[in-house]
Every structure is written in structure tokens, then in C-alpha cells.
Design a protein around this ligand. Structure first.
Ligand SMILES: Cc1cc2nc3c(=O)[nH]c(=O)nc-3n(C[C@H](O)[C@H](O)[C@H](O)COP(=O)(O)OP(=O)(O)OC[C@H]3O[C@@H](n4cnc5c(N)ncnc54)[C@H](O)[C@@H]3O)c2cc1C
Ligand code: SF4
Ligand code: SF4
Length: 550
């Protein structure tokens, strides 16, 4: 086990807000990739489809309200998602700058800055033209909120029914406090209410007759109910004081009554929730925290970056260790475990862990947190006639969110089995459009085809490709076949031809990022936007001369 780091408070943020000066520098690093035929990879990797170069570019020009409008147009929880999105796996993980050995643009923290500035102002009360149709949304988590906001914008009268007193679902009650406690959820909910959405809070749809009443009063119903309580694993001794289901443990932290943990803590399960619980236990003062996992590191479901950070903070990982029961009298004393080995792959494709005979041993602990997943809301979902489930998850048409009961649509954790807040936002928006198309009698959406890019203007060895306001100029005569541009091109459209000159195979896939221009030592490439070169190192006048003089 690594040395346990000293922590400040439980709520010290892992990624604090940027200062004004940091924003200026960071926004200026973005290459503002993307063209009419090809979206930038950061936007493609965002499940809500935030136009990243659009808002970061606006920030670089100090147009912060324009940036916020771009963010909220795609993601009504843009401030919350900026804090909680696993950006390393999403937008920032896709940023092309990493291909050139640079840090990705810190998209999440820029998004937070712009969103927070806008949320500090009063929401605009935008007039909507009501279309006379009513939609009920069950659940005010990210899926329900995104669906409600999108539908209200389209003119629907939307009512959200939520069992809790506060909106936000698991963002409010489960996501680690070092990412977000509550702010800015209240302001985001206020903006959604300003669109005309009616919230019925503290109202659990917990009886079939209540559900039927809601169904009868609406033209369509969206299910954003997420998942239910923690799975308990059936371990003996789970009722001993000191044994916590993960959601209950984290909710106490988030709502201001942190549970006392002992010196030694064991967390059962190596998903992202388990890692969060372990890091929280360290912040609560535990001196030894271990995660017990019955498979090996290669099979753990947690994100690699979360695992690395937990190791750095001093969390111990005990692989091939299967908890069997909790032991103690009157209070928890230890976790009895058996050692495992990996056998043939199981239905999930991962190696099946098998117990090694006579290998039981006990790990002494004062606190144990069980984080092995959440159960589906089987009882509630069972009240809806014709609703098909696949291993507890609601079956939907992925394009429209429509379930097998045509009046019901669904999205978020209830459908995907547990993913991210921004995935729930994306699903809520898709379902809103599915509802709109169904109620308005519109045909299924057909993806718009990007316009075919114009062929290059060729002037001798210089080719000029134009798309909207961008142009890529390739001076093939200067190519020395070093291959460096081929290595960095994120779309793989560059190659050397038989005469060892660079060629562009499919300009429609070019995202006009300009990494080729940055990397080429021989000034073969120049990227222009709005008629001016954008590459810091390219001297466009040389190529211009050749292009126009040839
Ligand atoms: C411990 C933990 C940590 C996480 N950390 C992250 C993270 O760092 N980043 C990230 O992006 N994602 C994280 N997630 C995942 C993320 O929180 C979820 O994917 C997301 O919240 C799912 O949104 P949802 O709207 O589908 O469901 P939920 O957020 O679960 O919201 C469902 C809402 O429906 C309400 N509801 C349910 N049934 C009823 C009913 N019958 N009547 C009325 N209301 C009802 C619930 O009270 C709840 O408010 C984490 C999840 C957990 C468990
Ligand atoms: S919403 Fe999340 S994933 Fe999308 S761009 Fe913003 S921070 Fe990245
Ligand atoms: S991929 Fe391009 S547009 Fe997206 S953040 Fe990185 S540099 Fe900016």
C-alpha cells in the first residue's frame, strides 16, 4: 500500500474552478477543430453533443455569455456535468492535442467557468408557444431534467414527479463530494422551471394507481427513474454496525452528516463507486483502506484514471479476494474472505473467478462499504403493461427512447444499467425528440448528409482544400517523406504515395485541427480559418506565393 496522502476537508475539490488568467491561457490552446463534414472528436465523445470548439472559441474571444448559451443549448446540466463528467474518458480523452504530446484542453473546467458565470445571473423567462400536449416525467435525475427541458422548449406542458425533495438524482445524492455537493443543481433546476416545467417534489410514484393517474393525464410518459438500492451480495453479518451499503454511506456525506469510519476500512467491489467510497473513507480519517475484488486488475470495471488516482492517494487493492461474510460480535471486526483464481471466461467475456479450496482468511476492519452495484426498480417497472426488460434494464428503441409500451419512453440508468450523468442527459434529450416526433406524427429522423466537400484547387504541387471558412493547403513539393504528419493525424487521412509525397485520402473526414501543420518540419501544410493562417509555425506567405504564382 502506498503512503496515505494528507487530505484537507472532505469537500476539497479534485478539480477546483479556474481563475480568469487560467481561462485565457487554456481557451487559447484549443485548435477549434471541426468542419462541415466532420465533427471534432471532443464533441463526438460527449454524450450530450456539446459543441466544444464553439464554446471554447467563444471563451478565447471573451464572449462568456455566448459560450454559456452554446453549452446549455446542448446540456441543460452543463454546470453540473462540467464538475462530474469523467472527462478523461470522454471529451478530454478524445482531444487531438494528446496526439502531439500535449495536455488535452481542460474542457470540463472551461465549461464550469462559463456555466457558473451564466448561472450566477437570473434565468431568462423565455416565452414558449404552448402546443397543448402534456408529458409526465418520472424522476428528476439528469435524464428526467434533460427530457423535461427539451420538451418544454418544444412547447409541451411538462410535469416532473420526483420522490426526493431536491432534484438531480444521483448527482445530488451519490456523486462524490470532492466533485460536487449540490451547487449548481438548484440554479440549473431554476432555469428549467423558468422554461415552464412544473416540478412536483417529494412525490413518489409508489403505487400502481398513482402511476395510472399520471398516465391518464398525459399524452406520453418519460421514465427517468434510474436504478434502486445497492445490491447486498448476500454476505452473512451484513447487519453488523459498521457495514454500509455504498449509496447510504455516500448520501450521508453529501447531506452533511458524514458517517464515522474506523481506522481500517474495506470496500467490497472495484467499480467507480467502490473507488469513490474508498477515497472518501481516506478523507474521513481512515488510516488503511483496501478494496477487495474477486477478479484481477485486468477485469476491474473502474476507469483506469480513477484507479491510478486512488493508488496515489494510498488505497490498497487486494485482487482475487472474495469476501464471504462479515464477522464480529455487536460490531464489525473483520471480513472473512477466500482467495480466488481465474478460470474460463463467463457470460460477460471476463475470466470467471473460482475459489481456491481451503484458502479462507480474515482481514481485520472496523468499517466495510459494499459497492457491488444497484438493483433495477423491478417492482415499479412491473406496473407498466407491455414494458419489456432485458436483465432488469428497460428495453428501448435507441434512437427515440420509446419502450415496448408506446405511451412510455425511457432513458438514463434505468435503460443503460448505470453509466454517467452526461449519458443520462443525452438519453433524456433523445427521448424528448422521440416523444415530439411520435406526438406530432413526424416521420423518423433521417441523419442529415454532410455536403460533399469541394475537390482541391490544384496549382502544380500545391493543393488547396476548402470547407466553409477553413482551408488546408498542402505543398507536396516540399514533402521529405518523414511521416511525422501521418503519425499525428487523428483521422488517418494522410499517407505517402508511391513517389513518397504526402496525399490526402478523404478530405471529408478532415477535422481541420492543423496538427499536421504544427508537426511538419518542412512547412508542407498550412491551415487557414477565415482567410488567415492559424498555425503558429507556418509561414503561409511562401505557399500562397507558390499557389497563386504557379
Ligand atoms: C456512487 C456513484 C457515483 C457516481 N459518480 C459519477 C460521476 O462522478 N460522474 C458521472 O457522470 N456519473 C456518476 N455516477 C452515475 C450517474 O450519477 C448516473 O448515471 C446518473 O445520475 C443517472 O441519471 P438518471 O436520471 O438515469 O437516474 P438518477 O440519477 O438515479 O435519477 C433518478 C431519479 O428518479 C427518482 N425516482 C425513482 N423512482 C421514482 C418514483 N417511482 N417516483 C418518483 N421519483 C422516482 C429518484 O429519486 C431520482 O431522483 C455515479 C453513480 C453512483 C451510484
Ligand atoms: S458535457 Fe461533459 S463530456 Fe460533454 S463536453 Fe462537457 S465536460 Fe465534456
Ligand atoms: S479536439 Fe480540437 S476542438 Fe476539441 S478541445 Fe481538442 S483542440 Fe479543441
Amino acid at each position: 500500500m502506498g503512503r496515505v496522502r494528507r487530505f484537507g476537508s472532505l469537500t476539497d475539490e479534485l478539480k477546483p474552478a479556474f481563475t480568469d488568467a487560467e481561462v485565457t491561457v487554456e481557451a487559447g490552446r484549443c485548435l477549434e477543430c471541426g468542419g462541415p463534414s466532420a465533427l471534432p472528436p471532443c464533441t463526438l465523445a460527449c454524450p450530450a453533443g456539446v459543441d466544444v470548439p464553439g464554446f471554447v472559441g467563444a471563451m478565447a474571444r471573451e464572449d462568456f455569455s455566448g459560450a454559456a448559451r452554446t453549452i446549455f443549448a446542448a446540456n441543460v446540466l452543463g454546470g453540473s456535468c462540467a464538475r462530474v463528467c469523467p472527462v478523461e474518458e470522454l471529451c478530454e480523452g478524445a482531444c487531438v492535442l494528446a496526439r502531439a504530446g500535449r495536455y488535452p484542453v481542460r474542457i470540463g473546467r472551461l465549461q464550469r467557468y462559463a456555466a457558473d458565470r451564466a448561472l450566477a445571473q437570473n434565468p431568462e423567462h423565455e416565452g414558449r408557444v404552448p402546443n397543448g400536449r402534456r408529458v409526465a416525467v418520472i424522476g428528476a435525475g439528469p435524464a428526467g431534467l434533460a427530457c423535461a427541458a427539451e420538451l418544454a422548449t418544444l412547447g409541451y406542458a411538462v410535469t416532473v414527479y420526483e420522490a426526493r425533495e431536491d432534484s438531480g438524482g444521483l448527482i445530488r445524492y451519490a456523486i462524490a463530494p470532492y466533485r460536487q455537493i449540490a451547487e449548481p443543481l438548484p440554479q440549473e433546476a431554476e432555469r428549467i422551471a423558468a422554461l415552464g416545467v412544473r416540478f412536483v417534489m417529494g412525490f413518489a410514484v409508489d403505487r400502481p394507481d398513482r402511476l395510472l393517474q399520471i398516465e391518464n393525464g398525459a399524452d406520453a410518459v418519460f421514465l427517468g427513474v434510474g436504478l434502486g438500492h445497492d445490491l447486498d451480495g448476500g454476505y452473512g453479518g451484513s447487519d453488523l454496525p459498521g457495514v454500509w451499503p455504498s449509496l447510504e454511506f455516500i448520501e450521508q456525506l453529501k447531506t452533511g452528516t458524514p458517517p464515522a469510519v474506523g481506522r481500517r476500512v474495506a470496500v467490497i467491489g472495484c467499480g467507480n463507486t467502490g473507488i469513490d467510497a474508498a477515497r472518501e473513507a481516506l478523507r474521513l480519517g481512515a488510516s488503511h483502506v483496501s478494496i477487495l475484488y474477486r477478479r484481477s486488475e485486468a477485469e476491474m470495471p473502474a476507469y483506469a484514471h480513477e484507479y491510478r488516482e486512488a493508488v496515489e492517494e494510498g488505497v490498497e487493492f487486494r485482487w482475487l479476494t472474495n469476501p464471504v461474510r462479515f464477522v464480529g460480535r455487536g460490531r464489525l471486526r473483520g471480513v472473512e474472505c477466500e482467495r480466488m483464481r481465474l478460470g474460463a471466461p463467463d457470460a460477460s467475456g471476463r475470466a470467471r473467478p473460482e475459489p481456491i479450496p481451503n484458502s479462507t482468511f480474515t482481514i481485520p476492519v472496523d468499517t466495510a462499504i459494499v459497492a457491488i452495484g444497484q438493483a433495477p426498480r423491478a417492482e415499479f417497472l412491473g406496473w407498466i403493461p407491455g414494458l419489456e426488460l432485458v436483465r432488469g434494464k428497460v428495453r428501448v428503441d435507441p434512437l427515440t427512447g420509446r419502450t415496448t409500451n408506446p405511451k412510455y419512453f425511457a432513458g438514463g440508468d434505468a435503460v443503460n444499467g448505470g453509466a454517467t450523468a452526461v449519458a443520462a442527459v443525452g438519453a433524456g434529450k433523445r427521448a424528448a425528440w422521440g416523444i415530439h416526433r411520435a406526438l406530432a406524427g413526424l416521420p423518423p429522423e433521417v441523419a442529415a448528409r454532410a455536403p460533399a466537400p469541394a475537390p482541391p484547387v490544384e496549382a502544380g504541387a500545391v493543393w488547396r482544400y476548402e470547407q466553409a471558412d477553413a482551408a488546408l493547403i498542402v505543398n507536396r513539393a516540399w514533402c521529405k517523406a518523414c511521416d511525422l504528419c501521418v503519425e499525428v493525424c487523428p483521422t488517418g487521412i494522410l499517407a505517402l504515395d508511391v513517389s513518397d509525397r504526402i496525399t490526402v485520402s478523404d478530405i471529408s473526414r478532415c477535422i481541420f485541427c492543423g496538427l499536421c501543420a504544427l508537426r511538419c518540419p518542412d512547412y508542407v501544410f498550412i491551415l487557414e480559418r477565415g482567410g488567415a493562417p492559424v498555425s503558429a509555425i507556418a509561414d503561409s506567405s511562401l505557399a500562397f506565393g507558390e499557389l497563386h504564382d504557379a
